[in-house]
Design a protein around this ligand. Structure first.
Ligand code: ATP
Ligand code: MG
Length: 455
């Protein structure tokens, strides 16, 4: 039964469509198509009707496949196929089709909801949440009960409801440090700086050691900053709130301070909670005039919240992340603020092996030589490794559809895929090297130089 408003509209719409077509009419259409199988328009007409009859699922699938043979780029048909796969529980196939459509801007909001639900089904809550959030900003009526149940925060504090209901999501991450390959030194820093103080608050107090402040993670894209922040929450069974600062600044000019405060308040109300600020450089980056004036107030508000001037931040673990630490105002780095700044490097060979294993652990695979593959992945980030596995999976899927016999992923598939994916960290290091060499205030970027040296 439909529950949300959007659901009802779709439900009524569906009934309406159904009553318009009777079985004999469907049969007539099917007969007509038999006579001219290449008539895409006619076949799509039938497909549109069949969608509303769960009992004709098989016919729907057959017709979609037939249509896509004649018209492989038919995006509406592909979207229906993605939905059908999702309904049938073939979630990864649904994701592949829907992602392709999304990339070309050909996926309707409804299709995007299906994609978000597919991500959720595959426990990729991060992508699910991100996409769901995007859909809701475009059309708040697109709410979906399953996604709501997973992501929406119930807020009862006064004054912030509207903003929060729309934009804020508290997660309970299921990943922990064991899901993060390598990065041992970063895990250790996080443990010492923010987990231990939380777990042994009294001991710290006895020794008069002030706790507070946050950790700032920086490094090339896709190397696990966000992932690690999330795993930190999972590690101690804390909540996780992901704040995209660019979103705050872009969507609510003039309202940014209020929003920022709301995020902190929500974290305080749900402690222990990791409050994660992504793209933190957005606060310091060179901005256009308009944004610059907005920027100043936001920075001040942010620093005040960080200092816990008006409220206590106990139990709130603050982690920030950025690709461009050089754009960050030095006021952020004072004691009690982001006083630990940690470089998150691309994975070394052993970590690449670990990440590969993690990425492949729930996919059919056979006697993979992880070491051999990892050695070929120079400059790959964790995200690159995921992309590699995606490419290999896709080729296996295509193969399986052609031959009808699914085969596991093997070493050679990964090696072949690596030829189709370019490492994404190279550009970052070109820029970083300049800052490390020419603007390395008080050795801030020594870790970058050490990393480049070792390479
Ligand atoms: N060390 C790792 N172990 C396991 N998976 C990893 C690791 N690093 C990256 N990944 C995978 O790559 C994906 C992308 O990483 P993540 O989003 O954390 O990168 P990021 O450093 O935050 O990048 P960006 O700077 O672009 O925000 C993760 O969702 C995860 O699946
Ligand atoms: Mg990130």
């Amino acid at each position: 039964m439909p529950t949300g408003h959007g659901d009802w509209i779709r439900y009524i719409f569906a009934i309406d469509k159904r009553t318009m077509y009777t079985q004999p009419e469907l049969n007539e259409l099917a007969e007509a198509i038999k006579l001219s199988p290449e008539n895409v328009t006619l076949r799509f007409l039938l497909i549109k009707k069949l969608q509303f009859y769960p009992e004709y699922r098989q016919q729907l699938e057959d017709n979609l496949n037939a249509l896509l043979q004649y018209s492989p780029q038919h995006s509406d048909a592909k979207e229906i196929l993605a939905k059908l796969y999702f309904d049938k529980g073939k979630v990864s196939a649904a994701i592949i089709i829907a992602e392709e459509l999304l990339q070309d801007n050909n996926l309707s909001l409804e299709g995007q909801i299906i994609l978000a639900k597919s991500y959720l089904a595959e426990e990729d809550t991060f992508r699910a949440r991100e996409l769901y959030q995007k859909v809701l900003t475009q059309d708040p009526d697109m709410s979906d009960p399953t996604l709501d149940n997973e992501f929406r925060v119930k807020v009862d504090g006064p004054g912030v409801e509207e903003i929060l209901a729309q934009s804020m999501f508290l997660e309970k991450p299921k990943i922990n440090f064991s899901d993060v390959g390598g990065l041992d030194h970063v895990k250790k820093e996080i443990d010492l700086k923010i987990i231990k103080p939380l777990e042994h608050a009294e001991l710290y107090a006895q020794y008069g050691k002030k706790v507070g402040g946050g950790i700032l993670l920086y490094g090339p894209p896709g190397c696990g900053k966000t992932y690690l922040a999330k795993a930190t929450a999972g590690e101690i069974n804390a909540g996780f709130i992901n704040v995209g600062l660019n979103d705050i600044l872009d969507m609510y000019i003039g309202n940014s301070e209020k929003n920022l405060h709301a995020y902190f308040e929500e974290a305080r109300a749900n402690k222990p909670c990791v409050l994660f600020f992504d793209e933190i450089d957005a606060l310091g980056a060179k901005r256009t005039d308009l944004r610059q004036s907005a920027g100043k107030n936001v920075i001040n508000q942010f620093l005040a919240e960080l200092d816990g001037i008006e409220s206590d931040n106990e139990g709130v673990l603050i982690i920030g992340a950025t690709n461009s630490p050089w754009h960050i105002d030095s006021a952020f780095r004072r004691p009690g603020r982001f006083d630990r700044i940690i470089f998150v490097p691309p994975p070394d060979v052993e970590s690449k092996e670990e990440i590969l294993k993690i990425a492949l652990r729930e996919k059919p695979n056979d006697s993979i030589d992880y070491k051999k593959v990892s050695k070929t992945l120079a400059d790959y980030s964790g995200a690159d490794i995921n992309a590699l596995v995606d490419i290999a999976t896709e080729s296996k899927l295509v193969e399986a559809m052609e031959t009808g016999v699914p085969q596991p992923i093997r070493t050679k598939d990964l090696l072949a895929a690596s030829k189709h994916h370019k490492a994404s960290t190279i550009d970052w290091f070109t820029t970083a090297k300049n800052y490390a060499m020419f603007a390395n205030q008080s050795g801030l970027y020594d870790s970058i130089l050490a990393y480049l040296d070792k390479k």
